[in-house]
Design a protein around this ligand. Structure first.
Ligand SMILES: NC(=O)c1ccc[n+]([C@@H]2O[C@H](COP(=O)([O-])OP(=O)(O)OC[C@H]3O[C@@H](n4cnc5c(N)ncnc54)[C@H](OP(=O)(O)O)[C@@H]3O)[C@@H](O)[C@H]2O)c1
Length: 322
C-alpha cells in the first residue's frame, strides 16, 4: 500500500510517499480501507517534534473508510461497515488499523468524506461547549480562528445553544464564513485589537468563556476579555505555544479559571465517544451542522496540505484522499 512516512523531523518536505505492507489487525483491532483522511494540526506538531513520537512513523489519527478485516475477538464492527475514527494508528495511508472499540459507525446519510472531515474537530467542539464549559443560552463566548476546522463547528454549536458568539479571523473571506456559521460579531484580529473590540461589543463586561486554539499570539490578551470568574480554554497553539502563566494573574483578572483540555480525556470511554459522535453525526445527517471541506489533496501531496494549514491559508477541514 501507499503511505506517508516520516524518517526525520522537520519541514513539510519530510512527508514522503512510500510503499509498505498492509498492516494485519491484532486482537481487538480492525483494518480500515481509508477513503478520506483528516488532516489536523497535531500532525504538524508530530512532524516538527513539538510533540514527541518515535521515528519513523506514519502520521495521522483521523479518517474514514470501510472495515476490510477484523482481528481476533472483535465484535463491535464487521467487514464492510463504514466507519470513522480519531484513533487510527497512522491514517495517512491507504489502509490503517485502529482499536475496534474506537471506531464510530457512520449513519447512511453521512458520507465517508463528511465522516472523516467532522469527527475530530466535531467531537472537540462538542466537548468544549457541553463539558469543558456548559455554555448556556444568553452567555457570550469568544472563538479564535473562527473560520478554521474547529472554529466553524464551534461557532455553529455555540449558536445552536443560543449563546452569543464573537469570532476572530485574519481575512474578510474568513469573516464571511464565520458569520455564516453563526458568529454574531467577527473581529479581524490582524487589523483591530481584539481585546478592545470584545470590551466594546460586551459593554465592558467581557465573555464567559474564551476558546483559544491559536495560543501564543492570543492567549495573554484573551485573559483580559473574560468576565469575572470566566473560563479560558486553551485548546491549541496554531501560532505557537502560549507563554507560561503566573497563577496570581488569574486572581488579579477576576478569579478566572484556566484549562488546557484534550479530546482524549473527553472521549476516553466508548460510551462517551459514541454519545458525542451520535450528536455530531446526527446533526450532520439532519443537515443542522454544516461541514466545510475547504481543501482536498491526493495522499501523495500530504506535504502541500501541511504547508497550506501552517501558512494560515485554509478554511474549514483539510482532507487527504488515498
Ligand atoms: N485540544 C483538543 O482537543 C484539540 C482538538 C482539535 C484541534 N486542536 C488544536 O486546535 C488548533 C486549531 O486546529 P484546527 O485543525 O482547527 O486548525 P485551524 O483552526 O483550521 O487552522 C489554524 C488557524 O489558526 C489561525 N492562526 C493564527 N495564527 C496562526 C499562525 N501563526 N499560523 C497558523 N495559523 C494561525 C489561522 O486562522 P486565521 O487566519 O483566521 O487567523 C489558521 O487558519 C491546533 O492547535 C490544534 O492542535 C486541539
Amino acid at each position: 500500500m501507499n503511505a506517508i512516512r516520516v524518517h526525520q523531523l522537520g519541514h513539510a518536505g519530510v512527508l514522503r510517499l512510500e510503499t509498505m505492507d498492509v498492516p494485519t489487525p491484532s486482537p481487538g483491532q480492525a483494518l480500515i480501507r481509508m477513503e478520506a483522511v483528516g488532516v489536523n494540526f497535531i500532525e504538524i506538531y508530530h512532524r516538527t517534534g513539538l510533540y514527541k513520537v518515535q521515528l519513523p512513523f506514519t502520521p495521522g489519527t483521523e479518517g474514514a473508510g470501510t472495515v476490510e478485516a477484523v482481528g481476533p475477538g472483535v465484535t463491535t464492527v464487521r467487514q464492510g461497515d463504514r466507519v470513522a475514527s480519531v484513533n487510527l494508528l497512522g491514517s495517512y495511508a491507504e489502509y490503517a488499523v485502529a482499536p475496534a472499540d474506537r471506531l464510530v459507525p457512520l449513519p447512511d446519510r453521512v458520507s465517508t468524506r463528511q465522516g472523516a472531515a467532522v469527527l475530530l474537530q466535531g467531537l472537540t467542539a462538542h466537548y468544549l461547549v457541553t463539558s469543558t464549559y456548559h455554555l448556556q443560552r444568553g452567555e457570550s463566548c469568544l472563538v479564535h480562528a473562527a473560520a478554521g476546522g474547529v472554529g466553524l463547528l464551534l461557532c455553529q454549536m455555540a449558536r445552536r445553544i443560543g449563546a452569543r458568539v464573537i469570532g476572530t479571523v485574519s481575512t474578510e473571506e474568513k469573516a464571511q464564513l464565520a458569520r455564516e456559521a453563526g458568529a454574531d460579531d467577527v473581529i479581524l484580529y490582524t487589523q483591530a485589537d481584539f481585546e478592545t473590540e470584545v470590551k466594546r461589543l460586551t459593554a465592558g463586561a467581557g465573555v464567559q468563556v474564551v476558546y483559544d486554539s491559536v495560543g501564543r499570539t492570543t492567549f495573554a490578551k484573551g485573559l483580559n476579555c473574560l468576565a469575572r470568574r470566566g473560563l479560558m480554554v486553551l485548546l491549541g497553539q496554531s501560532s505557537g505555544p502560549a507563554e507560561p502563566v503566573d497563577p496570581q494573574i488569574l486572581n488579579q483578572k477576576g478569579s478566572l479559571f484556566l484549562t488546557r483540555p484534550s479530546i482524549g480525556h473527553y472521549t476516553a470511554t466508548r460510551e462517551e465517544l459514541l454519545q458525542r459522535s451520535a450528536d455530531v453525526l446526527g446533526w450532520v445527517a439532519d443537515g443542522s451542522l454544516s461541514v466545510r471541506i475547504g481543501h482536498e489533496f491526493p495522499l501523495a501531496n500530504a506535504a502541500d496540505a501541511h504547508r497550506e494549514l501552517e501558512s494560515r491559508r485554509t478554511t474549514g477541514k483539510v482532507l487527504l484522499i488515498p
